[in-house]
Design a binder for this molecule. Structure first.
Ligand code: BT5
Length: 265
């Protein structure tokens, strides 16, 4: 294993067509998504990655804070799909599937997807995904996919106490450190493969696979979006990526954005 937390040999043995041909590796940055946006605005190619050992201002959806201490894998990738904005919004599922498959393959664990952008291990968040898009005339100029994986951090040492019950890390789950280089390379390879298939075949296949790991389906949940709270049985994620909840009255309700929490009775 390299002595550097993330070594500069990230590209060694990276057999991809275009993902990871260009990698910006930083020790510390406010947010890899912010850097990726800047690079994208100046014309950086699809598949360019930004990786940082530490983020001082990592963020999630709606400006929520994403804690990013040393030991995690914090990265962003620039995508330039020729898609309408609505279709490009599905890329969060592409990234989620890539994270799940990578963790399964490398560490023999059983991660789950939680709508819309979480990856769980043992029902706790081990990774989060943030997709940001720039459009012109309803067409996509670029999409930045940010992925944060709690790899080699000890949650009880590196994250604030309010996250101890809801967050986990690979290190805590496996009882040992993982090789960040290897995790990064495997993720890049998967991401390219699943992204290319998504562009060729459409969303259905990606969604079908993503749903295989979605153990929240069939469970009682509370979904919260900006306007309202919806409680009921999570029964599906539909072909547009919306969460379908069956209310007690039997009525079906589509939730297009927001968060989901489980209700344990
Ligand atoms: C997310 O947001 O889960 C998206 C996280 C994306 C992070 C990556 S890291 C690389 C790139 N650069 C960035 O600046 N961001 C991306 P959301 O669903 O809104 O969840 C945010 C919530 O997760 C917070 O309000 C906390 O409750 C919780 N949280 C914060 N840090 C965490 C961590 N390290 N592990 C687990 N949970 C965390």
């Amino acid at each position: 294993m390299s002595r550097e937390p993330i070594s500069s040999k990230l590209q060694e043995g990276l057999y991809t067509k275009r993902f990871g041909r260009s990698i910006v590796l930083l020790r510390q940055v406010n947010s890899t998504n912010e850097v990726a946006k800047q690079l994208a605005m100046y014309g950086a190619a699809e598949g360019t990655f930004v990786v940082s050992e530490v983020q001082t201002n990592g963020y999630g959806r709606r400006g929520r804070r994403w804690f990013s201490p040393k030991g995690g894998l914090w990265l962003s990738v620039i995508l330039r799909p020729r898609l309408k904005a609505n279709d490009a919004a599905r890329l969060v599922f592409v990234a989620g599937l890539a994270v799940v498959e990578t963790l399964r393959e490398l560490y023999n664990v059983a991660p789950e997807t939680k709508w819309p952008n979480d990856i769980l291990l043992d029902r706790r968040k081990v990774a989060g995904i943030l997709s940001e898009m720039s459009t012109r005339n309803k067409k996509v100029r670029y999409v930045i996919i940010g992925i944060g994986i709690n790899a080699n951090i000890k949650v009880a040492q590196a994250l604030p106490v309010e996250l101890w019950k809801t967050a986990t890390s690979l290190r805590d789950e496996l009882g040992k450190k993982v090789e960040l280089d290897r995790l990064f390379r495997s993720l890049v390879v998967r991401l390219e493969k699943i992204y290319d298939r998504f562009l060729e075949d459409g969303f259905d296949r990606t969604l079908r696979k993503w749903k295989k790991y979605a153990s929240f389906i069939g469970q009682k949940v509370q979904a919260t979006d900006a306007e309202e709270k919806v409680e009921g049985l999570a029964i599906d994620v539909d072909c547009e990526g919306a969460l379908v909840i069956q209310l007690e009255s039997g009525e079906l309700k589509r939730v297009t954005s927001g968060d989901v929490s489980f209700i344990f009775s």
